[in-house]
Design a protein around this ligand. Structure first.
Ligand code: ATP
Length: 358
């Protein structure tokens, strides 16, 4: 069964370190996403697990077996590349049936598997077409069908849905998770799309600058990130610098410079410099903190408000109907529930260097 362990992997391209002592563990049948800013090393990590890059330091184990010297074709991995890489001289059907045919499965099994995967990707009518005549999205779906038809137990997916339009992408990500779960596969999925990562994954690994920052379930990473970078990178967040004005065992009063807010105390002392994070959708209306609407935009059924709260810029998201009457310039009262105010030790450097993407 394909569990994956990446142990202390470092990869250098010339003098540039693309991966720096990276450790990850993926359980058998787990669906894990890797997210992080462009260039942080996600694709390099997948290529190392796949066996495409071999000259790294450290070790890769699959199912407890050392894979470092194992040739690519013997790894039993289904890989959907970022740049697709279909066989240009084969039809859609030829691409999808390639692996089951190469394994010597019977014609009827090859055909059934191929048709099933093409049906799933809504590509049946394209069976005889060649990749060059397909849109980018169709090519991506063909690559997915090919990986799923390969009967590999470990899938490595590098931005597998990035070329699809939003609606298809949203539908297909649920299908993808369902198939992985139904077939009992292990999947490692690299994506820029955080919503996609939240929707498909059992667990998300966050990377930055060649290193793993932290990992956790989507809900844990969203609601209780351990690192400020995760709070900032995953979804939208309000991040402020502040000072602990008062602290007892249970609560801390934090001065954000003109505005004091209460948080649960997780070990801070009065006088400490801290970073505070609050998710925009967890800020409630109708409290004692007054602000003014600077900007209001619509995001689906949610409204996104930028408020000026005593000179502090704060983002608030509320269902459209809750704030329908508010316009730019309106006064509004809000509440920051203390259980949703997360407090971090100040890194001691400037906040920007802690959260900047590159
Ligand atoms: P993206 O999200 O943009 O695909 P990524 O996180 O997948 O980015 P990688 O493709 O792993 O990032 O690249 C990590 C770093 O290593 C980048 O700075 C990239 O330029 C560099 N890099 C990757 N492959 C090579 C190579 N073959 N030679 C030199 N540098 C490379």
């Amino acid at each position: 069964m394909p569990s994956v362990k990446v142990e202390n992997v470092t990869m250098k391209f010339g003098g540039f370190t693309a991966l720096d002592k990276v450790n990850i563990n993926v359980e058998d049948r787990e669906y894990v996403s890797i997210i992080g800013p462009s260039g942080c090393g996600k694709t390099t990590l997948l290529r190392i697990i796949a066996g495409i890059i071999g000259d790294y330091e450290g070790h890769v184990y699959v199912d407890g077996k050392l894979f470092d010297a194992k040739p690519l074709e013997e790894r039993g991995i289904g890989y959907v590349f970022q740049n697709i890489a279909l066989f240009p001289n084969m039809s859609v059907g030829g691409n999808v049936s390639y692996s089951p045919r190469a394994k010597g499965l019977s014609n009827s099994i090859v055909r059934t598997t191929t048709l099933e995967m093409l049906e799933l990707m809504k590509l049946s009518e394209r069976y005889h077409d060649y990749p060059r005549s397909l849109s980018g999205g169709m090519q991506q779906k063909t690559a997915l069908a090919r990986a799923l038809a390969s009967s590999a137990r470990l899938l490595l997916l590098d931005e597998p849905l990035s070329l699809l339009d939003l609606k298809v992408r949203t539908e297909l990500r649920y299908e993808l998770r369902r198939i992985v779960k139904d077939l009992g596969l292990t999947a490692i999925h690299v994506t820029h799309d955080q919503e996609e990562a939240m929707a498909v994954s059992d667990r998300i690994i966050v990377m930055r600058r060649a290193r793993v920052v932290e990992d956790g379930t989507p809900v844990d990473l969203y609601l209780h990130p351990k690192k400020i970078f995760t709070a900032y990178f995953l979804g939208e967040s309000n991040v402020f610098e502040g000072n602990v004005a008062e602290a007892d065992e249970d609560t801390a009063l934090i001065d954000l410079g003109g505005l004091a807010i209460t948080a649960r105390n997780t070990g801070f002392q009065a006088g400490e410099k801290v970073i505070v994070m609050v998710r925009p959708e967890l800020i409630e209306l109708g409290g004692h903190i007054s602000g003014r609407v600077l900007k209001k935009t619509l995001e689906g059924l949610f409204s996104r408000l930028i408020l000026d709260v005593k000179g502090i810029r704060m983002i608030v998201k509320q269902p459209y109907s809750n704030v329908a009457q508010l316009g730019e310039g309106s006064s509004v009262n809000i509440r920051l529930p203390e259980e949703h105010v997360l407090v971090y030790k100040h890194p001691g450097r400037d906040l920007y260097s802690e959260i900047s993407l590159y």
